[in-house]
Design a protein around this ligand. Structure first.
Ligand code: CU
Length: 505
């Protein structure tokens, strides 16, 4: 409230001086402020007892949200949410045991109206192994419901709260070890709509960031258990939107048409990281930062705290792929925090000249085809890996990793990046040395096909052993190179031996 407004209210005898001094208790003075303030719905408001028949809430499955509420009275809303522990893919060919609210990460989206009385039923599926509960940040009361909702497998708990404050709130499990329950995907959003509703838009989407900790490396294939040490040290293996790499790319991309308006409800489950949320190629017309009542305008990147949320509204004016990222940018390109909003419609050259953002930012991620990679990993695990599997997987991985410099056709860039196609340098390397190039990088003078290069290739240390094996097998069998095969075991062996001094650092 402005100091001027407060002074006026005090002068008018409407507002005790204690409010100005920040000592207000109870709701009476707040209600007076609410009535006079320019944002009258920011304060908690009790609209009285629920009216009409109880309503069973329809929950939103990410990235979708339930329909806006058109009621003009407070109701009793019954929410049924079931905790389900289940194995799901976290990346192509990689699985993880998630603990979920409603079977998805993030959990089902809950939408109620300010003043509603919410009767919450939390069920813990009988096949589950762990007890769970729920802490909704939109609840006024100890633990946000956590104390009343501790539920053993095969049981159900019930508690009731009145949604006094409008806003977008995180909910999460708060059963010990809390960090582990959250890290396994136990978070979601509840929207408490202001009584007059939100401005109408063409699309509303639900996105939530979370950090994940697996014992294996990023994209290490197979089932990956939770790694408590990495979680405590805050060293995530994955940083993801909606719980899985690729949840918002390819066929799963969010969509809109030129000229439409979009509202994103974005939460951050954490458990550890804060998000510098950004959409490449867009400017948010409005951001209701921290999920609150006030909006900032014309925003590029907005900070979403762990256990916090925000709403962003914007218009899409030109077609193309807009990339949702955490602008702590290694998280986007090396840990998975990347999604796409695909906008179709006519060009508008007056606003943008054309040329897709895809190729600049996305590499293989615009049309991810990591299927071959997963197939090769499966074949490797079952001992049936063929050279063709490796070549197919290696081709995809080469596109995402090496082609930026050496080019998709292996020709390199004259004077800058040496060719891999028909490279005499590559052909004369013994296998261990060749494997060492992606593992350790390459610096110093090299002569390739009669031309000298004196540059730096950084180590590709993000790659797993089987990824390196597949890429090199692909390179050896492409573009007139001499052929051959590199196995995962051979790569492991080279990785375990220290890098020769000549290879850099
Ligand atoms: Cu839990």
């Amino acid at each position: 409230m402005s100091r001027l407004l407060a002074t006026v209210l005090i002068a008018a005898g409407l507002l005790p001086g204690a409010v100005l001094a920040g000592k207000a208790t109870g709701t009476a003075p707040l209600a007076i402020v609410a009535a006079a303030s320019p944002a009258p719905l920011a304060a908690p408001v009790d609209f009285g007892p629920p009216q009409g028949e109880p309503i069973h809430a329809v929950l939103g499955i990410p990235p979708n949200v339930p329909e806006p509420i058109h009621r003009n009275y407070p109701a009793k809303v019954i929410v049924d949410l079931e905790v389900i522990e289940k194995e799901m893919p976290i990346s192509e060919g990689v699985t993880y045991t998630y603990w979920t609210f409603g079977g998805t990460v993030p959990g089902s989206f809950i939408r109620v109206r300010q003043g509603d009385t919410v009767e919450f039923h939390l069920k813990n599926a009988p096949d589950n192994k762990m007890p769970h509960n729920i802490d909704l940040h939109g609840v006024t009361g100890p633990g946000g419901g956590a104390a009343s909702s501790f539920t053993a497998p095969g049981h159900e708990s019930q508690f009731t709260f009145k949604a006094l404050n409008a806003g977008l709130y995180v909910y999460h499990c708060a059963t010990a070890p809390v960090g582990m329950h959250v890290a396994n995907g136990m978070y979601g959003l509840i929207l408490v709509e202001p009584p007059q509703g939100l401005p109408k838009v063409d699309h509303e989407y639900y996105v939530m960031q979370g950090d994940f900790y697996t014992t294996g490396k990023y994209r290490e294939k197979g089932h990956q258990p939770f790694d408590m040490d990495k979680a405590i040290e805050e060293r995530p293996t994955y940083v993801l939107f909606n719980g899985r790499e690729g949840s918002l790319t390819g066929d799963h991309a969010l969509t809109a048409k030129v000229g439409e308006s979009v509202r994103l409800f974005v939460g951050n489950g954490g458990p550890n990281l804060v998000s510098s949320f950004h959409v490449i190629g867009e400017i948010f017309d409005k951001v209701y930062y921290e999920g609150g009542t006030h909006a900032q305008e014309n925003v590029q990147t907005t900070l979403i705290p762990a256990g916090g949320a925000m709403m962003a509204e914007f218009h899409v004016d030109v077609p193309g792929s807009y990339v949702l990222v955490d602008h702590s940018i290694f998280r986007a390109f090396n840990k998975g925090a990347l999604g796409i909003l695909k906008v179709d419609g006519p060009e508008n050259k007056a606003i943008y000249s054309g040329k897709e953002v895809d190729s600049v930012y996305l590499g293989d991620r615009a049309n991810p085809n990591l299927h071959a990679v997963a197939t090769a990993a499966k074949a490797n695990a079952s001992g049936t890996l063929s050279k063709d599997d490796q070549i197919a997987a290696g081709k995809q991985l080469f596109t995402g990793t090496c082609s930026v410099c050496h080019q998709a056709n292996g020709e390199g860039l004259s004077g800058v990046f040496p060719p891999l196609a028909k490279s005499d340098y590559l052909a004369k390397q013994d296998k261990d040395h060749l494997i060492g190039i992606p593992l350790h990088g390459l610096t110093g003078k090299v002569t390739v096909n009669g031309k000298e290069y004196d540059s730096v290739m950084p180590p590709m240390s993000q790659l797993t052993d089987d990824e390196v094996a597949n890429i090199l097998t692909y390179v050896l069998n492409s573009w007139g190179n001499p052929g051959g095969q590199v196995s995962k075991e051979e790569v492991s062996k080279v990785r375990a031996t220290p890098a020769p001094a000549a290879m850099g650092h």
